[in-house]
Write a protein that binds this ligand. Structure first.
Ligand code: ADP
Ligand code: MG
Length: 434
């Protein structure tokens, strides 16, 4: 745990403490119906390149779309964890008919019992069914597909799996989880994401990997160049389907799925279910079984509040006060644009905080390194555009700070879903102008 920062107190004089954080009954009524003063300069409103290499305009880190008005009261909510009865799984991990090596790896990872989505989907996937899994973020969907998928690959030497995810980080994270659970099973893999060397990916593909994880755009690049032969894949996983559709990947996904072996098993995981997703699933699956273990809003176990500020100096001071608070031990701060993120990161660094930044203009290596550093406690503050809000799982995030308001309520939920993961508690604070 690190709560002490070795910096001299260089901030401008400020009202100390957390007096700016109001209780749930706080000031939500008048005076905040406009975010006008906060509108950034037009030049700052766009992240020029998409994190996936320019193919999905909706994913441009947050600046590209006009902001929806979100009533401040929606940023205030007490956590509701206490009311939840503890889920009693029907199965123990040992009950699943999966290869012993995988079970050993699950135990080594420290998973004691299956989460609800794992408990209910793993048996179905093992039976060979197409499955649609709907569950809140942070409830273990990755292992829900990775465990039975790995078993399938170990037991059927001619099977190959392809996993699609909306962002590079998520794809990397999924592959990491596959390594963890598939350790010692000899399964080759390839990670096909934008911003990384095509050449090295082609080399990995020449070894006929049994597992391919990637973002739809880069997967398509390889398909077009003839370096990835989809008909040889007979196990397909789509993770965060809702995000992928939001990001404009629907055509790529349809194209990819139509080229994968017809004789395949397909899994779809998502935090939400919308008509668009249903249509996609209908078209590309066989008699799918839907398992939905959503309970309440994804964000119900995050304690949410707002921080009012007047002017940019006061805003920075309030942020500084929060960050030196003992309980703020691992924080993600969201800001609108790449430039805003850079600027804030520099300012916090100058103030002695251990901070790194991620946004769409950073190289993939820099983005991965920032997340690794956060996981390893080398830094405890990550400043990010919305690219970081999608599917990143860093445990022990105590605070999510919206230094700028999100574009939509949906973006808000994804941002604050980075905390309070796996049953832990978390705090989300949204800065609003007075
Ligand atoms: P989701 O994809 O639903 O957002 P993840 O698969 O990223 O969730 O899992 C969230 C966190 O919960 C991860 O840190 C993961 O290691 C942990 N986790 C998943 N399943 C279990 C389990 N059965 N027991 C303990 N921790 C788990
Ligand atoms: Mg996930």
């Amino acid at each position: 745990m690190q709560s002490s920062y070795s910096h001299s107190d260089s901030r401008r004089g400020s009202s100390s403490g957390h007096s700016s954080v109001h209780g749930a009954a706080g000031r939500t009524s008048a005076g905040h119906t406009s975010f006008g003063p906060r509108t950034p300069h037009p030049a700052q409103r766009h992240e020029r390149h998409s994190p996936q290499g320019g193919r999905n305009p909706a994913s441009r880190g947050g600046g590209a779309r006009a902001k929806q008005f979100i009533h401040p009261s929606r940023f205030i909510q007490e956590a509701k964890t206490v009311e939840k009865a503890e889920y009693v799984p029907v199965n123990a991990f040992e009950d699943f008919a999966v290869h012993k090596k995988i079970l050993d790896n699950v135990r080594l990872k420290g998973f004691l019992k299956p989460s609800p989505i794992q408990d209910q989907t793993i048996p179905l996937v093992l039976q060979g069914k197409d499955v649609v899994g709907i569950a809140n973020t942070g409830t273990g969907k990755t292992a829900a597909f990775a465990i039975p998928m790995l078993h399938d690959l170990i037991t059927n030497m001619d099977h190959r799996a392809i996993i699609m995810a909306p962002t590079r980080e998520l794809a990397e994270q999924i592959l990491q989880e596959c390594f963890t659970f598939g350790k010692g099973c000899g399964l080759r893999s390839a990670l096909l994401i934008g911003g990384a060397s095509m050449h090295l990916q082609k080399r990995d593909l020449r070894y006929n990997p049994r597992i391919v994880v990637g973002t739809p755009g880069r997967i398509q690049d390889h398909v077009r160049q003839g370096t990835l032969l989809l008909p040889f894949f007979n196990f397909a996983v789509l993770d965060e389907v809702d995000r992928m559709l939001d990001m404009g990947f629907i055509n790529d996904i349809g194209d990819i799925l139509s080229k994968i072996s017809k004789d395949r098993q397909s899994l779809f995981f998502s935090a939400t279910m919308e008509p668009k997703i249903e249509k996609l699933i209908q078209k590309f699956s066989r008699d799918p079984v839907t398992v939905s273990v959503k309970e309440g809003a994804t964000v119900d176990n995050v304690s949410q509040n707002v921080v009012y500020y007047s002017g940019s100096n006061d805003k920075m001071d309030k942020l500084h006060d929060l960050l030196i608070g003992a309980e703020c031990s691992k924080t993600i701060i969201f800001d609108d644009t790449k430039r805003a993120v850079e600027r804030l990161g520099r300012e916090l660094n100058a103030r002695g905080f251990k901070v790194d930044e991620i946004h769409g203009d950073k190289s993939q290596a820099q983005r991965s390194r920032a997340i690794k550093r956060l996981k390893a406690d080398e830094i405890n503050i990550l400043v990010a555009t919305d690219v970081a809000a999608r599917g990143i799982d860093v445990s022990d995030i105590t605070h999510v700070i919206n230094y700028s308001t999100p574009n939509t309520y949906d973006d808000y939920c994804h941002r604050i879903g980075r905390t309070a993961r796996a049953g832990k508690s978390g705090i989300a604070l949204t800065f609003l102008p007075r």
